[in-house]
Design a protein around this ligand. Structure first.
Ligand code: DAH
Length: 353
């Protein structure tokens, strides 16, 4: 081999290499080209390995001829690699493009439990008359659930309102307060009176418990909303007007209402508040036991003993109170037949509201 033929082979290698680089369509193919030309077993090495056949005086010139060509090939490889990588990225980005104009997948939304929704509606209606919602505990003392409400230890009303008693923790004084699951929201009256001063207008909604034989209209766990107003000069007439406005807003403006005499130890006088039957509109049906009326709550003027137990002077302030079963009101609003459905947590039932 002489220098001219070395030069010729070098030029041929350069031309082949540049063409192969330009033809490489993927980074992998380009890697193969790189290895086959510049690699340890590549063409350039092979060519340089043959310089032993050159005359000794020509050998020093080999480097000067070959190096610029190696550099040119390396530069071509680098440029092509950059191009191929950029194009691969662009292809991926355009394949993965998100169409932001497509309609989204709707998130699953829960809804308020029908009892909670009724509770809020009741609070909204009485809220217009200045009543505010306060909380009262579900685990209550015997004193507030019964005694302070004028229901002493031996009162027969306790049979109606039997409940679960809490075992007091070890080490509590034997004559300390006894705890139970509240049977009504009425103890909230005492708490509200003790915590503030007249004028008082509060609602205490919440869960109550009773020893009940469970059937379609009785549950051992149920909900009530209690209302209490204490002020100077409050009267039965105010109570009647307020409850009428409430019933008309919840059950329709034309709905007839009435007071019937009732009895509760914590009110005097006491009434039952009825509305015209929502099923038959008063003509008499099975739902209203042929009376044309349905009782929706108990109410009355707060008993002086109860005012006194709440720290209020009955000579100066009077008040009225009312208590309603939130489940029962919900059943009337939605024509639900079985009270047990509310706590069974069957979504097929709950999603209908
Ligand atoms: N606490 C009564 C019950 O559970 C309901 C009730 C009646 C509440 C009359 C009152 C009321 O505040 O004045 O049956």
């Amino acid at each position: 081999m002489d220098l001219a033929s070395f030069q010729g082979q070098l030029d041929a290698l350069r031309a082949r290499a540049l063409q192969a680089i330009a033809d490489a369509a993927t980074p992998e193919a380009l890697g193969d080209v790189d290895a086959s030309i510049l690699g340890r077993k590549g063409d350039l090495r092979a060519l340089l390995g043959g310089i032993g056949g050159l005359p000794a005086e020509d050998r020093p010139r080999v480097g000067a001829l070959a190096n610029p060509i190696r550099e040119e090939i390396e530069a071509a490889l680098t440029a092509r690699r950059g191009y191929l990588e950029t194009r691969a990225l662009e292809d991926r980005l355009s394949a993965e493009r998100t169409d932001v104009t497509l309609p989204g997948r709707a998130a699953w939304r829960g809804s308020l439990h029908p009892i909670r929704e009724t509770e809020r509606e009741i609070a909204r209606i009485f809220g217009q008359f200045g009543f505010v919602v306060v909380e009262s505990p579900e685990v209550e003392t015997d004193e507030l659930n019964f005694q302070a409400l004028n229901i002493p230890e031996d009162h027969p009303a306790r049979d109606l309102w039997d409940t679960i008693y809490i075992r007091e923790p070890e080490g509590m004084p034997p004559d300390g307060p006894r705890h139970l699951l509240r049977t009504h929201t009425s103890p909230g009256q005492i708490r509200a009176m003790r915590a503030s001063a007249p004028p008082i207008r509060i609602l205490t909604p919440g869960r109550c418990f009773r020893y009940e034989a469970v059937d379609a209209s009785h549950a051992f766990e149920f909900f009530q909303v209690e209302g209490l107003m204490v002020d100077e000069g409050t009267s039965m007439a105010h109570l009647r007007g307020l409850l009428d406005a409430f019933a008309h807003e919840l059950f329709g403006a034309g709905r007839p209402t009435r007071f019937r005499p009732g009895y509760y130890p914590f009110t005097e006088p006491s009434v039952a508040f009825d509305i015209g039957c929502v099923v038959c509109d008063g003509s008499g049906c099975a739902a209203c036991k042929r009376t044309g009326w349905m009782t929706i709550l108990g109410a009355g003027m707060v008993h002086p003993v109860v005012l006194h137990n709440g720290g209020i002077d009955p000579e100066r302030h009077q008040g009225f109170a009312f208590g309603m079963g939130t489940d029962r009101i919900t059943m009337l609003r939605h024509a639900t037949r079985d009270i047990r459905a509310f706590l069974a947590n069957d979504l097929r039932f709950l999603e209908r509201f």
